[in-house]
Design a protein around this ligand. Structure first.
Ligand code: DX5
Ligand code: ZN
Length: 220
């Protein structure tokens, strides 16, 4: 098992009336990152967080803010989220006809760039960009909602990405993040199959003691 991985609690499953407390729980548990799910009710059938909320979160935490944009026309939101304090912005390959310009735009703001794809999108769609991104986010559920079950097929996809990164000597430069259905009972298997960053929402914020659950992830 990989000895080091980062846990990114997804605040999508936290109490939106008390996000400051959610940050506190992440601190108490010792989480590395905060995963922020941005949905526009067009790319996915749900509507969540915009730049003003990220700005408020930034004023309350120094943690690495991992913004997962599930939106069409991602280029329109890159600057607002970067200015709000995102450390990394991930966009979806399905959401744009011009992935290269989105990558260039995110880089131009000085923050890190991630690329993601839905479970049914061929890996060949993102392969041309492996050497240009900091992170590849592999969805293990259909994007849109927390609390879904882990899609087993995503394990083989991560292995394939890992192999390609190794072939291109990018394995130490590009992180693989997995998002959706990660629980305490399957986290070890997910890490073993090649994941550097685990996103977990309902497993953490749906538990009785979120700070302890974060620690339990690290103690696996
Ligand atoms: C789904 C989001 C996920 C979600 C994960 O579209 O991208 O980040 O919060 O939630 P869980 O961990 O409950 O599957
Ligand atoms: Zn996400």
């Amino acid at each position: 098992m990989a000895t080091e991985f980062k846990l990114a609690p997804s605040i999508l499953s936290a109490d939106f009336s008390n996000l400051g407390y959610a940050l506190q729980l992440c601190d108490d548990g010792g989480a590395h990152w905060i995963h922020i799910d941005v949905m526009d009710n067009q790319f996915v059938p749900n509507l969540t967080i915009g730049p003003p909320v990220v700005k408020s979160l930034r004023s309350k935490t120094n943690k690495f803010m991992d913004v997962h944009m599930m939106v069409i026309e991602p280029e329109k939101l890159v600057n607002p989220f970067a200015r709000a304090g995102a450390d990394l912005i991930t966009f979806h390959i399905e959401a744009t006809d011009d992935p290269q310009s989105v990558i260039d735009l995110i880089k131009s703001t000085g923050i890190q760039v991630g690329i993601s794809l839905k479970p049914s999108t061929p890996l060949s769609d993102i392969e041309p960009y492996y050497d240009q991104v900091d992170l590849i986010l592999v969805m293990s559920v259909e994007p849109g909602f927390g609390g879904q079950g882990y899609m087993e097929g995503s394990t083989a996809r991560r292995r394939e990405i890992k192999d390609k990164l190794n072939e291109q000597c990018l394995q130490d430069r590009v992180l693989i993040e997995v998002d959706g259905g990660i629980k305490l009972h399957n986290a070890k298997e997910v890490i073993d199959a090649g994941a550097d960053v685990l996103v977990a929402g309902s497993a953490i914020f749906g538990s009785e003691n979120p700070a302890k659950t974060i620690q339990d992830f690290y103690n696996l």
